[in-house]
Design a protein around this ligand. Sequence first.
Ligand SMILES: C[S@@+](CC[C@H](N)C(=O)[O-])C[C@H]1O[C@@H](n2cnc3c(N)ncnc32)[C@H](O)[C@@H]1O
Length: 268
Amino acid sequence: MITVFVYDCRVDTENEIDRDMPPRREPPRDNGYRDEYTDAAAYVHVFSSTMWPAAAPGLVAALAEVGDGTLVELGAGSGLATAEILAAVPALPMVVAEPSAALRAVLLARLHDLPGGDRVTVHPVSAQRLALPDRIAAVVGMHMIGHLRPDDRRALFAGLSQRLAPGAPVVISTFPPAEAVATGPIEPMRVARGEATYEVTARAEPSGPDSVRWTSDYTTRIGDEVLETTRAEYEWWVHSPERIADELASAGLSARVEGDLVVARPPS
Ligand SMILES: C[S@@+](CC[C@H](N)C(=O)[O-])C[C@H]1O[C@@H](n2cnc3c(N)ncnc32)[C@H](O)[C@@H]1O
């Protein structure tokens, strides 16, 4: 007998299976959290994976020594850092905070095929709302810290600091501008996949004394034909690597700046 599995999304009105459904539960939301990645989600991995080779070595070096306990990743996006962490640190469990449903879809799909992907628990929350493990082996936040307001960063760093195992690193990457100034437009970046070319341009304008709004325009082309254009806007709380290092030091950690990375550990 041949069995055919059908993915059937219709409601079975005859058996009224919907009567047994648990009540809908929304993931917890932070005050003011808005998913700015919904429209850009199809482009994020295409461009991030192209830029990733430059970011990976610093992260991997910082993870050469970790503590014991649970690995924590904040704002994992499509999982590029997640893959590096899993490869660098075998065996330990990992929790991830990724608030964007669109990017979680990419992340969860990639975790399915990643060695060690079954060690990862993905929480549909922002970094501010993640229930931190009691004992943390390492923390990674790549290209995401500007999404956190300064007071949220400070509260997060204090919470992390209390839970870090001896020797556990906190690895945070920083991204310009360090002041609330107009930036760009940056040179268009193009990536070819099959017959399609994906393009992004971006510029930032001040949106407050401590923040800019990045506007990114994404385009899909085949030859001269434009198939899609999408604009995404990201609110970004400006910071320098030195400022992030100071904030981590205020949380009781020994922090040092390594290019655009900040690596902090509990004092030994
Ligand atoms: C530029 S992407 C970087 C993704 C990934 N870390 C990488 O380096 O490729 C920024 C990520 O931060 C996430 N994000 C935005 N606000 C956040 C918050 N409050 N807490 C944690 N992550 C957040 C976004 O959903 C997105 O996945």
